[in-house]
Ligand binder design. Structure first.
Ligand code: GTP
Ligand code: SPV
Ligand code: MN
Length: 607
């Protein structure tokens, strides 16, 4: 085969032979008009943003510096779990919670989709690094994409460009491993054909090859489907790396809680998508003297340090946060972060003043352009912003960013919270009896489905450790991995595990717990438990505080609501048992016996 001359292809700013070979192979398959090696510079970013404005993908905001409004195709607004595949060599290894296809067959199918798919477009090559660039063993990737929106977003969400590319070859000339991540919107252009602002394809594939550590994505421009460093790499592929190498890749925020005595504690928390991670990560405590600093809002990579403690690093560089509900009361620190600009807003409303707005934000406009580009007024029946609309903003702008956020060593975790969105049954907070019981809590946690994924909202489903859509291998093996890490560790140094639920409702359907900044009261109790200072009642499901055990001084809600939020109703829990059994049956024979034992003990304690 003769080499095809594609402008830019040979301008590679690296000698890494695998990068060069892979980029050439993809360019020859997808036949873009030109290739751009992304360097991450300010000039390049300005040029790409200007091109996105020219294409109608971006509208520059007048009210915020270097910030843009984007509206997606109305059918491309969320992750597509039905179209997400784990293509391990053996179906058995993907497990019962993932879609599987044979890697060879999937490659054959997708290769035909990719053939010529970048015609008329620019192919961008984005070198990136998940986690601090200063790591001895940096986790590298190269994303190839034909959507400039992805380049602009990856610039916010990852350490990318030349600084990342410099890590691909070590000082002694060795070529480092990287994850090849191929993305196309699947919308080739014929000569002279007018492009649309948000190209995509109704055929979508979000595909992972775990053994090869490779990602292929086709047809969607939406964040979780197209920013391949995020869920695809840092959770689905990284969870497999973590299993093989003895660490954990988790859907968790990382925060630092500082007591009035100036003692710092690091907490990680796993809640399913759109269930409060970003909000908790940036919490503004309502109780005097306590402070929170942020380290991450979505993903934590955790490994045991030499001192036996579990250390967490956030692989990301920006926040890709749920917009609706974010305001100066619920999340003032997110508001301060986006105020500074340099952000991309997708599927929110655009005001006539050239600012953004979404449901739940202060200052409802009289008139705006909705996410579907329709005229919108407060009387409109449609929402101004899509429920899964997002802001994409640099972490470095967060006013409460912890100074150690970029330290490759990570931070030692004292507590892990698991939590879901449950209107009933699950109390505000429960402390596990020990690590294994905590793993049982995580493995059986449940949540109502949210708008973060396409599909029916509100349905209760089991979402183990908030990883259901993000596990790169068999869920039973994942539970085993969690249990065995706990067994190998020094039990006195393990984080304590808690189960929380900010979303329990009263008979009149209102939330029983005020949430947001008030969640600091729960965190204070968690620290109290770690320090052996706070009281709790032993219940069949674990250790639960009474309303008197929590600091609820000055809370607006009646104490009776807090009591209801904390209530352990044995009858409700007995109704959970068959659901947990059903869940274990779905996972199959490989569910660790330790977890089945935990279920039996729970059943006995419930009487
Ligand atoms: P992903 O980015 O999808 O992973 O979501 P997330 O877990 O970071 O969720 P986020 O913090 O963005 O919150 C999602 C929604 O839950 C928003 O509409 C919030 O306003 C709402 N929310 C967050 N925390 C609380 C809380 O403590 N109580 C209540 N009632 N709602 C909350
Ligand atoms: C989530 O859905 O959990 C998110 C948004 O954090 S996305 O990156 O689209 O997955
Ligand atoms: Mn998430």
């Amino acid at each position: 085969m003769t080499a095809v001359a594609i402008p830019g292809l040979d301008a590679a700013p690296t000698t890494h032979s695998k990068v060069l070979a892979w980029v050439r192979e993809v360019a020859e398959l997808t036949t873009p008009d030109r290739v751009v090696w992304v360097d991450g510079s300010e000039e390049e970013s300005a040029r790409i943003n200007a091109e996105l404005v020219e294409a109608g993908t971006f509208v520059p905001l007048k009210a915020k510096p270097n910030s843009y409004w984007a509206a997606s195709d109305p059918d491309d607004v969320a992750r597509v779990e039905e179209r997400t595949f784990i293509c391990s060599e053996r179906e058995e290894d993907a497990g019962p919670t993932n879609n599987w296809a044979h890697p060879g067959e999937m490659k054959a199918t997708m290769t035909e989709l990719y053939r010529g798919c970048m015609r008329g477009r620019t192919m961008y090559v984005i070198p990136f690094c998940m986690g601090p660039l200063g790591d001895d063993d940096p986790k590298l990737g190269v994303e190839i994409t034909d959507f400039a929106y992805v380049v602009a977003s990856m610039r916010v969400m990852t350490r990318m460009g030349q600084a990342a590319l410099d890590k691909f070859v070590t000082e002694d000339g060795a070529e480092r491993e990287f994850v090849p991540a191929l993305h196309s919107v699947g919308a080739p252009l014929n000569p002279g054909e007018q492009d649309v602002p948000w190209p995509c394809n109704s055929t979508k594939y979000i595909t992972h090859f775990p053994e090869e550590r490779m990602i292929w994505s086709y047809g969607s421009g939406y964040g979780g489907n197209s920013l391949l460093g995020k869920k695809c790499y840092s959770l689905r592929i990284a969870s497999v790396m973590a299993r093989d190498e003895g660490w954990l890749a988790e859907h968790m925020l990382i925060l630092k809680l500082i007591s009035p005595e100036d003692k710092a504690y690091y907490i990680a928390a796993a809640f399913p998508s759109a269930c409060g991670k970003t909000n908790l990560a940036m919490l503004q405590p309502t109780i005097p003297g306590w402070r929170v600093e942020t380290l991450g809002d979505d993903i934590a990579w955790m490994r045991f340090g030499e001192d036996g403690r579990l250390y967490a690093v956030n692989p990301e560089f920006g926040f890709f946060g749920v917009a609706p509900g974010t305001n100066w009361h619920t999340n003032p620190n997110a508001m301060r972060t986006i105020e500074q600009g340099n952000s991309v807003f997708t599927n929110v409303a655009l005001t006539d003043e050239g600012d953004i707005w979404w449901e739940g934000m202060e200052g409802k406009p009289e008139h705006a352009t909705s996410w579907t580009k329709q005229e919108w007024t407060p009387d409109s029946e449609e929402k101004a912003a899509h429920p899964n609309s997002r802001y994409c903003t640099p972490m470095s702008q967060c006013p409460i960013l912890a100074p150690e956020w970029d330290d490759p060593k990570g931070v030692p975790i004292s507590a892990i919270l698991f939590g879901g969105r449950r209107a009933t049954t699950v109390p505000l907070v429960t402390e596990s009896r020990d690590w294994q019981h905590g793993v049982f809590m995580g493995a059986t946690m449940s949540s109502e489905k949210t708008a973060a994924a396409a599909g029916k909202v509100g349905e209760v489903r089991r979402d183990p450790m908030a990883m259901l859509p993000f596990l790169g291998y068999h869920a039973a093996d994942y539970f085993k991995h969690w249990i065995s890490l706990g067994k190998e560790a020094d039990a006195t140094k393990l984080p304590k595990i808690f189960y929380v639920n900010w979303f329990r409702r009263g008979d009149d359907k209102r939330f029983l717990w005020p949430g947001f900044g008030e969640n600091s009261r729960v965190l204070k109790w968690v620290i109290g438990r770690i320090e052996g200072q706070a009281a709790a009642t032993e219940t069949p499901i674990g250790f639960v505080p009474t309303a008197d055990d929590l600091d609820i001084d000055g809370i607006e809600e009646p104490k009776s609501d807090v009591e209801l939020a904390l209530r352990v109703d044995a009858e409700e829990w007995r109704q959970e048992l068959p659901l947990i059994e059903e869940w274990f049956a779905k996972i199959g024979d490989k569910v660790p016996s330790n977890l089945r034992d935990e279920l039996e003990s729970l059943r006995q304690r419930l009487g």
